[in-house]
Ligand binder design. Structure first.
Ligand code: DGI
Ligand code: FE
Ligand code: FE
Length: 184
């Protein structure tokens, strides 16, 4: 799928704000890929599509997850906010014929992270957090870290996310802890 086609697809599916966020993630991911020597086309494509099913109803996301033997059912024991990531990868594979494993994994792990993330996975995980439309406490520190070290920036993002979840007494998906431990 060409990047222009991906942009058109999400323009039709996502509300305006989420569309703008996705454009921001795509551009930021493309720049990070240039800096850190990853595939810029894959970064832009994964960034564009990463949130494609974000506004599907939870029961539909649940159906996608249960219908795929390659997606862990354990997601259903954690926040529904996690579900759009693996379900989104399944969606773009089934509807747009995207079979590039690196692009699919970047979408699958864009929310939780995992241990042993590839550079492309780190780039999408990070771009999602620091794209220009994001504005929350600490985002500028992570943006600054992203200028000199991909691992340091991803580490800081994981640390902040885990602290935020603990603070709200929410459960933390094990892969998020594993990603944190991997870089700590
Ligand atoms: O889809 P976005 O809003 O662009 O960003 P995202 O895909 O990173 O969504 C993340 C939301 O999921 C964020 O509000 C934190 C929440 N969340 C809930 N449980 C977990 C979690 N995030 C991580 N990394 N790990 C969790 O266990
Ligand atoms: Fe997301
Ligand atoms: Fe996102």
């Amino acid at each position: 799928m060409k990047i222009e086609e991906a942009e058109q697809a999400i323009r039709n599916i996502l509300p305006e704000k989420r569309f703008a966020h996705s454009l921001g993630v795509s551009r930021t991911a493309g720049k990070l890929a240039e800096v850190y020597g990853a595939d810029t086309d894959k970064a832009k494509l994964a960034g564009m599509l990463h949130d494609i099913v974000k506004y599907f109803p939870d029961d539909q996301l649940k159906k996608i997850i249960l219908g795929r033997s390659d997606i862990s059912d354990d997601y259903l024991n954690y926040s529904a906010k996690l579900w759009h990531a693996p379900a989104g990868a399944a969606y773009v594979q089934e509807h747009y014929g995207i079979d590039d494993r690196e692009v699919l994994n970047a979408i699958i792990y864009h929310t939780t992270g995992r241990k042993g993330m590839t550079d492309l996975e780190k780039i999408i995980f990070l771009a999602d957090y620091i794209e220009p439309g994001r504005d929350f406490p600490g985002v500028d520190e992570v943006r600054a870290a992203a200028r000199h070290s991909l691992d340091e920036a991803v580490y800081q993002e994981l640390q902040r996310t885990i602290i935020h979840l603990l603070d709200k007494r929410q459960r933390v998906y094990p892969k998020t802890f594993e990603a944190y431990n991997d870089l700590a």
